[in-house]
Design a protein around this ligand. Structure first.
Ligand SMILES: Cc1cc2nc3c(=O)[nH]c(=O)nc-3n(C[C@H](O)[C@H](O)[C@H](O)COP(=O)(O)OP(=O)(O)OC[C@H]3O[C@@H](n4cnc5c(N)ncnc54)[C@H](O)[C@@H]3O)c2cc1C
Length: 285
């Protein structure tokens, strides 16, 4: 038999007290678009559902010096409509226009998407190329975790059992352009099979900076560090782009699952990378 209790803390302090006492038995409910499925599917059979969606301390999209900070319980719809994000990190709101569907976008939160640590979480590749950090908080106070070190495997993160995600911090970039390309089984209401995000700074055709992140090709969303390091400083043209796509094989370790085979993911991720670089740099085919 399933056995759940429900609590809606009215302050962050109260939430952290509950988390300290119950640890993994405190099931945080943000938008609930994943959590409710897990409860229905018996992933969880007991615990306290702790409703955090309306907690003021987890809200807000703000400019803080050289960073943009997004409260963990902000929804995808709020991110898409944020004039601050459109102005400062347009890649993030633009990428969310293909997240699930309008109903799910109204419910699902950025904190829930990251905390869930799915290899195919759509915000992950974009936040990885934006060099985002997770601000976690718990009984010992706040700590900053670079997103690149946050994902440990499917459903596993660097959060301690008594910690929560408070906000996501993104450095403001003055140079560069980015793109996010996702391949799903359908166009709408579909999770990614594989996805790619890029951020490049190109000056007089020379690649000054390049950041590449991929979803669905490893146990967690990843940065393609080998390919990035290899091609920094190269001239951006058809030849170097083909080289990057080939080099990607050394960065990724896709698996076969219900959505696609490992081989298919390997081929497709190279295509997505090429498309993302072309989209953000106007490089011709
Ligand atoms: C029909 C449908 C379509 C979908 N399409 C997509 C898609 O296109 N792309 C995609 O990436 N995902 C998709 N998803 C998955 C889901 O919507 C997202 O992962 C969403 O962002 C999860 O956020 P949430 O607020 O609903 O999280 P919840 O379900 O409330 O929580 C998810 C997990 O995160 C934990 N959590 C939540 N907030 C915090 C916090 N602040 N600190 C620590 N832990 C926390 C919860 O305890 C839970 O374990 C889809 C889901 C459905 C049902």
């Amino acid at each position: 038999m399933k056995s759940f209790t429900y609590k809606k803390p009215s302050t962050l302090e109260e939430l952290l007290r509950i988390k300290k006492e119950l640890k993994k038995k405190a099931l945080l409910l943000a938008g609930g678009t994943n959590l409710m499925v897990y409860i229905k599917d018996d992933v969880y059979r007991e615990g306290m559902i702790v409703d955090i969606k309306y907690l003021e301390e987890l809200k807000g999209i703000r400019e803080e010096g050289m960073h943009i900070e997004i409260g963990a319980s902000e929804t995808m719809a709020a991110l898409i409509n944020s004039s601050l994000l459109k102005k400062t990190v347009p890649l993030l709101p633009e990428s969310l226009n293909i997240f699930a569907n309008p109903v799910v976008r109204e419910m699902s939160t950025i904190g829930g998407n990251i905390a869930d640590a799915s290899p195919i979480a759509d915000t992950a590749p974009v936040l990885l190329v934006l060099n985002a950090q997770v601000i976690a908080t718990g009984p010992s106070g706040e700590r900053v975790i670079p997103l690149e070190n946050f994902f440990k495997g499917p459903g596993t993160t660097a959060l301690e059992s008594d910690e929560i995600i408070l906000k996501i911090r993104i450095p403001k970039e003055t140079n560069g352009t980015g793109a996010f390309i996702k391949l799903g089984l359908r166009k709408g209401t579909s999770c990614s099979v594989t996805s790619a995000a890029t951020w490049v700074v190109v000056k007089e055709r020379r690649i000054e900076k390049i950041r590449i992140a991929l979803g669905g090709v490893a146990p967690a969303p990843i940065r393609a560090n080998k390919t990035e390091n290899r091609f920094r400083g190269w001239t951006l043209d058809k030849g170097s782009l083909a080289g990057m796509c080939e080099s990607l094989r050394e960065d990724i370790s896709p698996i076969t699952d219900v959505r696609a085979s490992a081989r298919y993911r390997l081929e497709v991720s190279a295509g997505l990378l090429a498309k993302a670089i072309r989209c953000s740099t106007n490089l011709e085919e």
